[in-house]
Design a protein around this ligand. Structure first.
Ligand code: SF4
Length: 278
């Protein structure tokens, strides 16, 4: 539930509650489930979700209060990943918790909230009544670990207005082309699976996806290879893990693509706040 995070594309994580049920092959090695088993904090699967504490819920307000200082140092707004140990659009979560979450989001306009879900078919029906064209400080994303999931989930996400719509192609479990649809996301996060039993990622999947992003004007963010055995630098130069870690220390399994970091962010659509109540 840590508030600061090592996830390369965000500054903070926030979990309004914990607990979830696996819904797709990308969930097979869910790190949140491993965390839950280790910590005993919540039972995974079809069990009650557990709301986080009142004190924990105060953290985003503090980040919001510190926004001026953060922006002066970094030259950009803070990003908050919600949620790493749950799914915001989970049918099994208490609806009131989601209502409270959106109130918190409205109360913290200096934060950009990145809501990433594996249940994009639920987004439209679970958004607050004043969503309209999207809150100016909310980016909506869904995971697509392969082509078939992208083909199902991207149209569901694309149907919902948002200042940024993004795809997390992580864990990448198969090739993915985003050019076959009439629209494309604003941002594509790409990453290989890490940890015990991680499934392999082909270097070609990553380079092809980045090339398509360049063609379509999508911001690519290559996070990591997941494991050094996926990393083409290791394969091309016959380096062992230790040597490779010195050459490419980025993310898990390294993060260089053709010798460079590819870590771009989208430009959110500009929206003004014109709402009354949720
Ligand atoms: S949706 Fe996310 S949190 Fe839920 S089981 Fe799948 S990987 Fe884990």
């Amino acid at each position: 539930m840590a508030e600061s995070t090592k996830i390369e594309w965000t500054d903070h994580t926030f979990n309004p509650w914990t607990g979830c049920t696996k819904v797709t092959p990308g969930c097979d090695h869910c790190y949140a489930e491993s965390w839950a088993k280790r910590s005993g904090h919540v039972k995974w699967g079809n069990h009650d979700r557990k709301r986080t504490t009142v004190d924990y819920w105060k953290a985003p307000t503090i980040w919001n209060r510190n926004a001026e200082r953060f922006e002066a140092v970094h030259g950009r707004r803070q990003r908050v990943f919600c949620a790493s140990l749950a799914d915001v659009f989970d049918n099994q979560a208490e609806p009131q918790w989601r209502i409270d979450l959106f109130q918190l989001i409205r109360d913290t306009p200096r934060l950009d909230w990145l809501l990433l879900t594996k249940r994009p078919s639920n987004i439209a029906k679970m958004l607050p009544a004043d969503w309209q064209d999207g809150y100016p400080n909310v980016w909506l994303g869904t995971t697509a670990e392969d082509q078939s999931r992208y083909d199902t989930r991207w149209p569901q996400l694309a149907a919902v207005p948002s200042v940024v719509r993004f795809i997390s192609y992580e864990p990448a479990l198969g090739p993915l082309s985003i050019s076959e649809h009439t629209s494309a996301p604003d941002w594509l996060i790409i990453g290989g699976e890490s940890g015990a039993g991680a499934r392999p990622m082909s270097a070609r999947w990553a380079t092809d996806a980045i090339r398509e992003c360049r063609t379509l004007g999508v911001a690519p963010f290559f996070k990591q290879w997941g494991h050094y055995r996926n990393n083409p630098t290791a394969i091309d130069r016959a380096l062992d893990d230790h040597a490779l870690r010195l050459v490419d220390p980025h993310g898990k399994g390294g993060g260089l693509v053709d010798g460079e970091l590819v870590r771009e962010f989208p430009q959110p659509l500009q929206r003004t706040i014109s709402r009354s109540a949720a």
